[in-house]
Design a protein around this ligand. Structure first.
Ligand SMILES: [Zn+2]
Ligand SMILES: [Zn+2]
Length: 247
């Protein structure tokens, strides 16, 4: 299967999966993979890694948050290749599925009159959006500050969408990998450009809005979101635009 892999900067690749993005950072032969798509995206995840290197070259999988569309293939990679899996400490029990803070089928049905929600939900179900995909051995980030991995990503705690959501800042490259704390589009949204996801997707929407201020304090001019296209322009302005639209 072909994967939609786009090199957006030196050693930085944005991959558009079936409905979710993931990011591949390379340094020499080594790879950092940020997020792993839906469970049903496995062939695309493997193809994207093969396009820039090899699945066994992944030094670590970093997860922005433990929703099924970002965590889907994580346990497969961990159990197949022995790849370590890191998340914010508040997200580790979520990845183990000690609890699940994800939009429920009932919430989706109550929102099914909204444009785009029904086709999105059909795709989500087919892709394993409600599958049980716990990670057996997720670990908290091993240190504060930049991680000793390809791309030197710096985790930035951005709670609200989930309690332990983390964005990843690449200060030298001027790149922000924002996960679902800040997106640029979604099948259930009519907006284009920087925005928060629709309300039903957030565990605590007010905290998600507040986390936009955290992102607005970061330097960078390339935003790689969990959903929607890459956005070029100051990260600060993108975060503030999303905040304005959310208020
Ligand atoms: Zn999410
Ligand atoms: Zn998502």
């Amino acid at each position: 299967m072909q994967a939609d892999v786009r090199q957006v900067a030196d050693g930085i690749h944005l991959v558009h999966g079936s409905n979710t993005n993931w990011v591949i950072l390379t340094e020499g032969d080594e790879i950092t993979l940020v997020d792993t798509g839906y469970p049903g995206d496995r062939e695309q995840v493997l193809a994207s890694l093969t396009a820039v290197g090899a699945p066994e070259a992944v030094a670590a999988v970093l997860i922005t948050h433990a929703h099924n569309d970002h965590l889907g293939c994580t346990e497969y990679l961990r159990s197949t290749y022995g790849t370590p899996v890191y998340l914010h400490e508040a997200e580790v029990p979520h990845a183990r599925r000690e609890f699940l803070h994800q939009v429920t089928v009932g919430q989706v049905l109550r929102n099914s009159w909204r444009p785009g929600v029904l086709p999105w939900s059909v795709h989500a179900l087919r892709s394993g959006g409600t599958a049980h995909v716990p990670v057996a051995a997720p670990e908290p980030f091993p240190a504060a500050g930049p991680l000793d991995l390809p791309g030197r990503p710096v985790p930035v705690h951005t709670p609200g969408h989930t309690d332990g959501h983390a964005a990843f800042h690449l200060p030298d490259a001027g790149v922000l990998i924002s996960g679902d704390a800040l997106v640029t589009g979604h099948p259930t949204s009519r907006l284009t450009g920087p925005q928060l996801l629709p309300d039903m997707f957030h565990h605590e929407r007010a905290r998600a809005v507040a986390s936009l201020d955290v992102l607005a304090a970061l330097d960078g001019d390339l935003l790689l979101p969990g959903h929607g296209p890459a956005h070029r322009g100051p990260v600060r302005e993108a975060a503030l635009q999303a905040k304005e639209r959310a208020l």
